[in-house]
Design a protein around this ligand. Structure first.
Ligand code: OGA
Ligand code: NI
Length: 348
């Protein structure tokens, strides 16, 4: 359990299982009945959905209406869809295309990037190192953009040929968007615009591209088990035409209906801690389906990993004392990486 060097069992690519044509899934992808997607009836289609926020007027984090809409969404839901976010639809399309092309390369080519639990970087098929764990129905590719000491193009796929430059451009645009959003989040807490962003000086940025192959028994498994994101904030780009992400609201799971070219933004555990739980890092999970594969790109915006993160002192009052002890993101992530996606553990 303390050893993060190797996976506890040989890695099987979910894509290979899917392409084998089997009509049943192996037992170690079958969730216990209470965790199956069918256990809680989904809310009636269209009944409730995560807020949509138009970022068109946000500029450098200063438009009062937009700040309010973002803050309300992050207090109530921990999630919103961002439209008019300023990242060009052409770049979104290219980014999805190169990554979809990567997952459709021959297995031999992808295996060159097989990852290990030491850093998770590369091509992976499980999160967590517990032997005998029930696994999720998804493969992924994990990579770092920042800090530069962790970033190396050689760890990114060489094929398709435009993947590296497209991914660089995508990472740079998303980092800028995150900077604007953290300013807005800071103002939404009643703080100076630069107060929350200060925690993200020399930020870490990384991305997990998730690939969920078709699944012959989607009602028995999940593409990604319920979890909250450990970092600061996540910007998710999903396939427009296929739903899959579900967000917890009270006791039900709400399906996100993706708007074309929108980003799904969510608060991670570190911003929940910094905001002393004003903003919520909410559990979410992914369903798979029998008829379509699904690609998603989760861009993670994280604080510097070696400074302790605790509630911002300006937010603390006698009525609302600090809810968390400071901890570095490195310490926090190590804990999460051993456990894999397991709901909310530390910041509940
Ligand atoms: C994640 C995540 C959601 C999705 O990668 O952390 O929650 O829709 N992904 O793939
Ligand atoms: Ni997530």
């Amino acid at each position: 359990m303390d050893c993060l060097r190797e996976w506890p069992e040989p890695i099987v690519r979910v894509q290979s299982l899917s392409e084998s044509g089997a009509t049943t899934i192996p037992a170690h992808y079958v969730k216990p009945p209470s965790e199956r997607p069918s256990a809680a009836p989904a809310a009636a289609a269209g009944a409730v959905s995560i807020p949509v926020v138009d970022l068109g007027k946000l500029e450098d984090g200063a438009d009062a209406e937009t700040v309010k809409a973002i803050a309300e969404a992050c207090r109530g839901w921990g999630f919103f869809q961002a439209v008019n976010h300023g990242v060009s639809p052409g770049l979104l399309r290219r980014a999805r295309e190169v990554w979809r092309a990567f997952f459709h390369l021959p297995m031999e080519e992808k295996q060159r990037y097989a990852n290990s639990p030491v850093t998770y970087e590369g091509y992976g098929s499980r999160l967590g190192i517990q032997k005998g764990a029930i696994l999720d129905w998804g493969d992924y590719y994990f990579l770092h953009f920042l800090p530069l000491c962790l970033m190396s193009h050689h760890k990114w796929p060489a094929q398709p040929p435009t993947l590296r430059e497209t991914t660089d451009e995508y990472g740079e645009e998303l980092r800028k968007l995150c900077r604007r959003l953290t300013k807005a989040l800071s103002m939404g807490l009643g703080l100076e615009a630069d107060h929350l962003p200060a925690a993200f000086d020399e930020e870490g940025t990384c991305m997990r591209v998730n690939f969920y192959p078709k699944c012959p028994q989607p009602e028995l498994t999940l593409g990604l088990s319920a979890h909250s994101d450990p970092g600061g904030m996540t910007i998710l780009l999903v396939d427009d035409h296929v739903a899959g992400l579900e967000v917890r609201k009270d006791d039900s799971w709400i399906t996100v209906r993706p708007l074309p070219d929108a980003f799904i933004v969510n608060i991670g555990d570190q911003i929940q801690v910094l905001s002393n739980a004003a903003y919520k890092s909410v559990e979410h999970r992914v369903r798979v389906n029998a008829s379509s594969e699904r690609l998603s790109m989760a861009f993670f915006y994280n604080p510097r990993s070696d400074v302790p993160i605790g509630p911002i002192p300006h937010l603390l009052t006698t009525d609302r004392p600090a809810l968390y002890q400071p901890m570095t993101f490195d310490e926090y992530r190590l804990f999460m990486r051993k456990a894999g996606p397991r709901g909310k553990k530390l910041t509940g």
